[in-house]
Design a protein. Sequence first.
Length: 561
Amino acid sequence: MGKVTILAGQNNAGKSNIIRFLHSYLSSGRFAPEDLDLPVGVPRGPGFKLAIGFEKGLLSAESLAASLDRRAELETFERIAADLFPDGPVRSQEDGLYWFRFVLNDQGRNSWGVWALDRAQAKEIANKSFAGRRAAMLHDASLSLFNNSSNNVVDNVMTWLGRFNLMNLLPKVEVVEAFRQIRSSDVVQDGKEIVDSNGNGLVKSLQRLERPAIDRQQDKERFEAINRFLRNVLDDDSARLEIPYGADTILVNRGGIILPLEHLGTGIHQVVILASAATLLRRSLVCIEEPEVHLHPLLQRKLLRYLAAETDNQYVVSTHSAHLLDSARGTVFHIQQSDTGTRVDPAGSPARLSGICADLGYRPSDLLQVNSAIWVEGPSDRIYLLRWIGLFDSSLIEGIHFSIMFYGGRLLNHLSADDAEVSEFISLRRLNRNIAIMIDSDKTSARGRLNATKIRVRDQFNDPSYPGFAWVTGCRTIENYVDPAVLAMAVTSIHPKAELDYSGGPWENPLQVRYAAKARVDKVRIAHEVCRTQTISDLNRFDLGSRVKAMVSFIRSANGL
């Protein structure tokens, strides 16, 4: 699971059962399923099995010895701790996690038992790690630390692992249901007021963040994080939340105009509740059911971005929305009902994501267009353009405000203006009116002329009946926009034997190198290296600054900003 894990699938596929399992049953306490968790007429079977992966840091000798509250025996423990976790039975070579297996044996008709470490795995650990002197060392340590007198190495391993309470290392699980509203009532648990992830106690909890006690001043930053999210959602730099004296509602102040949050519309109301609840929760596993309810697709993406960047929780999100599937912030899983139960498959490729969309009932004609599309020649052009847009306006996000597409240099360099391929390319404007294109002039002098194909594309994209425009570089290629000293350093960093033969003129070949092997330079890696150090002052070269400003204005206009 990633920071944000997305469960997508049809109704009745099993998404809610996954969340219910996490919330109700995944704990160190008793596993007590409800009667109908096992459908009538289905045999109970041999029991449940579970594997949990832990990061190495959680299983360090010091950490585990501290969990035993036996710090005096830390030195003894450290001598054998490494032997407890051999690579074969426990360590996964693929993800680097230490995987421990647990079983829940059927103990009779009215009892499901409790989670216990898998004895078969303990036997694997014992056979792999302990023999001769090591077995004696483990036995002595067991006597010293646990008063365990067993001579059975497997029993000793079970004793060690059992005392570490691995299930207690799992995070607290909270569920945010599909229906959420602000409630002024408090939730009291064990004599303490707590925030309810569905709205109870939210107002007072936010008030404590806004005006924290003297020893909790760091909480103000958490409140400001929520305000930054609110300003981003409303696209209003003056917006901020305020909690009145009575703590009975949440107010939104927009440049002196104050309204209760619920008066801003259901979508804003809902997304602020979600973001606030997630901020108030700390280091938890937060399960969110159908965040798309009442939320515009843009708000859905903004919410995911906030959860991933501004909070320290881990999230499991169930959804029917295709708009959450293309978020770079989430790890997507396809949930399907099969003959044997719910099947969960990772959807890491475009083909698998497309399969989810089809399963959810979406068709290509149903999907909304991107707000604006920018065509560039290839991957290195995209890297430069993303960096320059970000330097000029960091609030614009690829995938939310714009998308960048590749047309390939061959189309405009080697085809005639009358070729059918060029006409078909230009006709793509019918798919999205907000479309721009960036073209290398490839001119070798100030008096040089664009070829006929580029002139035709430029003129079509500059047609005033469309919102888009064509950016033809005011130099030979996009790399000419880079300061020659910066470009030379990047080339040398990627190709140590290469010597750049370029003085910085606008019509020179910026990537001409004297290179013994005559190999082509890697434009993509060079672009990444250049962009790593570029600042806003680097946009002053040739017409770059004015062109980036025009591109940013185009994107903002296409997004109604």
